[in-house]
Each structure stands twice: as C-alpha cells, then as structure tokens.
Write a protein that binds this ligand. Structure first.
Ligand SMILES: Nc1nc2c(ncn2[C@@H]2O[C@H](COP(=O)(O)OP(=O)(O)OP(=O)(O)O)[C@@H](O)[C@H]2O)c(=O)[nH]1
Ligand SMILES: [K+]
Ligand SMILES: [Mg+2]
Length: 364
C-alpha cells in the first residue's frame, strides 16, 4: 500500500469514527491512534504530523506513493512553492481545471500535480507542489525534493498567505537560495578562468564597490584557486556573486510573489501589499485579481508565439509553437518540433508582429 493510500485510509477511518459516535482505535504503521468524535481538531493535527513524517526522508519506510518527478522535456514548467496551506492547490485547481486536493490540513498535497493553463493561446504547464517547511533545504520534510523540482522550473510562484507574517517570504527565499536558486537575478557578469601558473590577475571594467582585490583573492584562496584570470564586468559585484560563479551550479529563475487570501484583509492592508516588488495580491478561493496574476505571469515568461501557415491557406491560430524571446530563430523553431527539421529546411517565410523576432531566412 502506498503512503498516499495509507493516508486515504486514515481519512476514511476518521469519517467512520465520526459516524460511530464513539471511540475507535486505528492502527497505522504499528502505531495506535484513538479516534474520538470530539477530538477531530487533534486528529487533524495528528494527521498533519503523520503526513509530515511520511514526507520526511526517513519516515514512511519507502511507502511513498507516486514519486515527485519532473523531467525537463520540450515542455517547461512553472511551479508553486510555499509553506503548507497557503492555498497553492486551490489556486492550481481553479487556474488549470486539474483537480488537486485541498483542505485546511497542512501537507494535503503529497506529490507533484501538473496542470495546463492557456494564456493568449499558449499552453502554460503549471506544477502544484507539496508544501515545504523551514529547514527544507537542509533535508527537513520532503522539501529537498520539492525544491529540486522548483530548480527545473522557468518561473517560480512563491505563494504566501497574507494572514501569516510576511517574514515567511524571507524564509522561503532562504530555503530556495540554500539550494542554489537565485530569484529575479541575472547570472553575475564575472569571468573566472583558471590557469596552470601566473598567479591571480584581476581586471574590472566597472568600479569595485562591494568587494576589493584582497577580498577577491581571499575568496579564491578559500577555493584553493592560486592561478586565474578574473574579469569583473558586474556593477556592485559582491563576494557572494563571485562564490556563485566559482560554484557554478546556480540557477537563475524569475519569481512572482503570489499573496493569497486577500479576501480576509482590509483595503488599507492591501495597499501595503502592493509595495512588495514582483508581487500580485489575489484570492484564489474568491477568484479575486486572477487576471492580473495571469498577465504578470505572461509578461515575466517573455514568450513568443509562432503560428504555422500552410501554403495558400490562412495561418493556424489554434495551436502556436511557443518559444522564448531571444531564443526564437527559425532554427529554434525547428528544433522545438524535431531536431532533424532544421537540417532539411531550405528557407522559411516569417511574418512578425514583434520587433525582436529575427529575420527568418536560413540558407540551404
Ligand atoms: N480565505 C481564503 N482561504 C483560502 C484561499 N485559498 C485557499 N484557502 C484555504 O486555505 C486552505 C489551504 O488550501 P490548500 O489549497 O489546500 O493549500 P496548499 O498550499 O495547497 O496546502 P498544502 O498542499 O497542504 O501545502 C483551505 O482551507 C482553503 O480553502 C483564499 O483565497 N482565501
Ligand atoms: K492544505
Ligand atoms: Mg496543496
């Protein structure tokens, strides 16, 4: 029996215990739980604890149900990351029409649940993810796996509950950063080229304001790099930026802060929320301000839609090929369909409604 099935069994038992109107004893994984009609709150907490145990790397004894899996294929994903019960699944279910279990109990979602939302004709893949807890990137709960999936996304929605302290924003950021994810940041314009000899040579095309030559050398010596050319073109580069470049396994992902449950706050409080950069206040349950969320998502994704046109016929506007701006040459278009197509193609005629669409001819 998988863990998910086990939890379902507990929930069913909870219902029947309530029906019985008396105490019932339930044994799960060798532990006995006394189900009392009047203690449903306690039971829920127990269930949440059990779920968290099962989420943990040691708990569950490998009885985990469907594994968190997310392969990066021709689809790219956008994922919901947040603490438990902030409303990720409510939002995902309503946005995409794909059912993902919701409830007031923490750790309701136990696996990755994918759904698709069409925005301006382009299918956008969205992943509902299990809630994470503080310390996730150190291995607490199932957070590591969740964050590993988030690393493969090309947009992260950080979902926050406006009824909980906004310090949660910082906590989530720290968890993601601890896993090498850099949010709303470009890769630092710093070049580190290791050599066999010659010592450390530092050149900078911008003034060094946050780090000096000695500090750069100190960081390099931490990594036992004694011979290297360092070129700094990043204004206000920091030691952290340098470390990121040396470590090399960082991912730079845009993030949108989804501030959920605004139905439960006042207009004055809402005004304050609007000051948070890259944020959208919404209510997923009451379906408030969802249009703004979708538009911000579209802008942040920076996508280009390419419609194909059979000779002599009108373009097929029903299913565009979706490419990323800056990566939308004819060759990119071909590769997104099949890697062989570009080799055989002699030319393409391209009409563009956006300026950045590059000239579409490819000589044969
Ligand atoms: N007031 C209010 N409650 C909401 C809103 N969205 C979700 N909720 C409630 O918040 C609770 C948690 O919702 P879920 O969608 O299960 O939250 P989740 O983030 O997926 O939770 P986990 O999967 O456990 O991490 C449920 O009781 C929802 O009804 C909202 O916009 N306003
Ligand atoms: K929940
Ligand atoms: Mg959920």
């Amino acid at each position: 029996m998988t863990t998910v099935q086990k939890i379902k069994e507990i929930e069913d038992e909870m219902v029947s215990a309530t029906d019985l109107g008396s105490d019932a004893v339930l044994s799960i994984a060798g532990q006995e739980y006394v189900l009392v009609r009047s203690t449903s709150r306690q039971l829920k907490a127990k269930l949440a604890k059990l779920r968290r145990e099962l989420l943990g790397p040691t708990g569950g004894g490998g009885g985990w149900g469907p594994r968190i899996r997310c392969r990066k294929n021709r689809y790219s994903y956008r994922g919901f990351v947040g603490f438990p019960s902030v409303g990720k699944s409510t939002l995902m279910s309503k946005l995409t029409g794909t059912h993902s279990e919701t409830s007031e109990i923490d750790f309701t979602t136990l696996t990755t649940v994918p759904g698709t939302l069409k925005v301006h004709g382009a299918p956008i893949q969205i992943l509902d993810l299990p809630g994470i807890i503080e310390g996730a990137n150190d291995g607490r709960g199932r957070g590591r796996q969740v964050i590993a999936v988030a690393r493969t996304c090309n947009l992260i929605f950080i979902v926050l509950d406006v009824l909980k302290p906004l310090g949660d924003k910082k906590l989530i950021e720290t968890e993601l950063e601890g896993f090498g994810i850099r949010l709303n940041k470009k890769p630092p314009a710093i070049l580190v080229r290791k050599k066999d000899k010659g010592g450390i040579a530092i050149t900078n095309t911008v003034p060094l304001t946050n780090i000096d030559q000695d500090e750069i050398k100190a960081v390099l010596s931490e990594y036992k790099i004694n011979n290297a050319d360092i070129a700094i073109r990043q204004p206000n580069a920091t030691a952290d930026d340098l470390v990121d470049v040396i470590e090399g396994n960082r991912v730079y992902i845009p993030a949108l802060y989804v501030l959920n449950k605004i139905d439960a706050i006042s207009i004055e409080e809402l005004d304050l929320l609007y000051k948070i950069p890259m944020s959208v206040p919404i209510s997923s349950r009451e379906w408030m301000n969802i249009d703004e969320l979708i538009e911000k998502m579209w802008e942040t994704l920076n996508l280009v839609r390419v419609y194909t046109k059979p000779r002599g016929l009108a373009p097929d506007y029903s299913s565009p090929v979706v490419l990323r701006r800056g990566k939308c040459t004819v060759e990119d278009f071909c590769s997104s369909i099949h890697k062989e197509i570009a080799k055989q193609m002699k030319y393409a005629i391209v009409w563009a409604r956006v300026q950045s669409m590059r000239e579409g001819r490819k000589s044969g």
